[in-house]
Write a protein that binds this ligand. Structure first.
Ligand code: TNX
Length: 611
């Protein structure tokens, strides 16, 4: 049989057309939007979970297209581009599920974007730009290095990226000396007509010198400009986050992302594998978590929210984790795992009984539209689950830091819970921020006693008792203000302001573009149009651990769709994490993106070509 499905944006509305070549009796249209939908015409809403909806349709007749008109329940979520159209749509007819073709041509379109100006002659074709570059004139013909200790990570990277070998018999010798003054990650690379020398502050410095050599070989067509590069990062935390909960990214994609990060000297991978839609790590302390939520869709605990369709998902085994950690380490990258509580825990709540107060009659709704996505800190089951779970997850990652989550507790959370009311009275708490702060502080304390440092999103600093405390590393995501405030209160902070560092946001307002828009649009230039230590906040500079880019997966249905959201914008975040303020501005970054375009193509990583 043949079904057709098309959808388009019409002002604030979404118009869908469904066609069939066979009569279909009383079908139900199942799909997901980015946020809760409502039906204007063409059917009756019969079930909704966050952005997922089921709409009962009249009988469908061959040759007569049926129109369903939708809107977002919250009008602030006006559809901005194709990513806001229905994802994962299918028809349920009796017991059968019939997939509908994608109605909206998912993924990026390859519109040719703004012209990349040529790179000025005094700049090296390298991202991030080195701290100092002193050209001495002339070039050195460079194909490969002679075998040299400590370069395996970079030479394996070159091989995986499909580039010619970085280390080969007959290659140029690299004379290595040590100079602790360069800092653990620093290096001084001298390219002379007579050969190459490098001074390093430590093994990471040698690794980064290797990355520089590999990159310049590619971007200079084998003719290295002679001179001296003295280089070290501004920040110790140079991160890339990946949301593997909303969309299950295969391990191969994660490994490829690590390779791309390494090429840009990024050194922290923030692995977000738990959220409302799934908990994907195969933990032993609570197998129900992943066994019951790794897949979502028809008949599963969590339906096809965010493009899940009839069935989608997967989980990460301990062997997968070991593989990711080992690959990361070979590339000087550490992995930060995140378990995401107390909110964004719809999947956890569905999978494990007892994490809510049965007497809770509250009606709070999460930002994404869930009615039950926050675990209750006043019931014992929550602690029985969380403490061993957190310890087990942390034990799998050598970094020694566990990200707890703590973002976006629904407004009025726990307001209807008698157990939390009693907790508030006992502990002197009044708002839900107070309760969340108390809960996080307790969890952080228990983990601290096991030698685990905690991290969390910015909201964790809230609460009348000072929030999470315990030396937590906080991630400032709604902007930089919360990070500055948290730093002034003694927290170390990673800056990941959505306006500059969220790669799930669309590049532009073009309706043919793809992505979210809640914090505006993020063209390439904006990824460098900020300073992690803003003017007026110099006092907290020592508290700014670094920067991180985030990729959230709500509207990703295939791994490859993330590539063009990440590239070329990842160049900007790598720049902000490494370079001193003021080195590379938007036009310069655009020029560098032009230099990197053929390199992205050579390593097979798709890039956004528009603004
Ligand atoms: C807010 S960023 C969230 C995520 C969403 C993201 C979409 C953060 C800590 N919470 O749950 O995926 O916006 O951009």
């Amino acid at each position: 049989m043949s079904l057709t499905f098309a959808s388009r944006i019409d002002g604030t509305r979404i118009r869908c057309l469904i066609g069939t070549d066979r009569p279909l009796a009383a079908p139900t249209l199942c799909f997901s939007l980015m946020a809760a939908p409502r039906v204007i015409s063409g059917g009756t809403l019969v079930r909704r979970v966050a952005g997922y909806a089921e709409v009962a349709l009249p009988d469908l007749v061959p040759g007569v297209e049926h129109e369903v008109v939708l809107e977002h329940a919250n009008k602030e979520f006006g559809p901005r581009n194709r990513a806001w159209l229905p994802l994962g749509a299918y028809l349920r007819v009796g017991n059968a599920c019939l997939p509908l073709p994608p109605g909206n041509d998912p993924g990026l379109r390859a519109a040719e974007g703004p012209f990349a100006p040529p790179l000025p002659a005094d700049r090296l074709p390298l991202v991030p730009q080195p701290t100092e570059w002193k050209p001495s004139g002339g070039t050195l013909d460079f194909t490969a290095l002679a075998p040299v200790a400590g370069m395996a990570g970079v030479s394996d990277l070159a091989a995986r990226l499909g580039l010619s070998p970085l280390v080969a018999p007959g290659g140029l010798a690299l004379a290595v000396t040590e100079d602790a003054a360069l800092g653990a990650e620093g290096y001084r690379l001298t390219v002379a007509p007579s050969g190459l020398t490098v001074a390093i502050g430590g093994p990471a410095g040698l690794h980064y010198a290797g990355i520089t050599l590999l990159t310049l070989r590619e971007t200079c067509d084998g003719q290295l400009p002679c001179g001296t590069i003295t280089d070290k990062p501004r920040f110790g935390w140079r991160g890339q986050h990946l949301d593997c909960a909303r969309h299950f990214f295969g391990v191969e994609f994660i490994l490829r992302l690590l390779d791309l990060m390494a090429l840009l000297k990024l050194n922290r991978f923030h692995w977000h594998f738990a959220d409302d839609e799934a908990f994907r790590l195969e933990v032993e302390t609570q197998p129900l978590l992943w066994q019951r939520t790794a897949f979502r869709g028809e008949g599963e605990l969590v339906p096809g929210v965010f493009g899940g369709g009839i069935r989608a998902g997967g989980s990460y085994s301990k062997a997968d984790v070991a593989k990711v950690v080992a690959r990361a380490r070979a590339l000087q990258i550490e992995v930060l795992p995140e378990i995401e509580v107390p909110a964004h825990s719809h999947a956890m709540i569905k999978a494990v009984p007892g994490l809510r107060d049965p007497g809770d009659n509250g009606e709070e709704v999460s930002v994404q539209g869930y009615l039950d996505n926050i675990v209750n800190p006043a019931v014992p089951a929550t602690w029985d689950l969380l403490v061993p779970l957190a310890r087990e997850v942390a034990s799998l990652f050598p970094l020694g830091i566990l990200h707890l989550g703590a973002d976006e507790a629904p407004h009025g959370a726990w307001g209807g819970s008698p157990a939390v009311a009693a907790l508030k009275a006992r502990e002197g708490l009044s708002t839900s921020d107070d309760v969340q702060g108390w809960m996080l502080a307790r969890l952080a304390g228990e983990l601290g006693a096991s030698g685990i440092r905690v991290a969390a999103w910015e909201e964790a600093a809230k609460g009348c008792q000072g929030g999470i405390g315990h030396g937590a590393l906080l991630f400032s995501w709604t902007g930089q203000g919360p990070g500055i405030e948290a730093a002034r209160r003694g927290h170390d902070v990673v800056m990941c302001p959505a306006q500059h560092a969220y790669f799930d946001l669309a590049h532009s307002p073009d309706p043919d573009d793809w992505g979210a828009a809640w914090a505006g649009f993020v063209p390439l230039e904006k990824t460098v149009a900020w300073d992690p230590v803003p003017t007026g906040a110099e006092d907290i500079a020592p508290r700014i651990a670094g920067v991180e880019a985030c990729f959230w997966g709500e509207f990703t249905t295939e791994d490859a769709q993330a590539e063009g959201m990440i590239a070329p914008r990842i160049l900007g975040i790598a720049t902000r994490g490494w370079e001193p303020a003021g080195t590379t501005d938007g036009p310069m970054l655009r020029a560098l993106a032009g230099v990197y375009a053929p390199l992205f193509d050579r390593i097979g990583w798709q890039r956004h070509r528009g603004a």
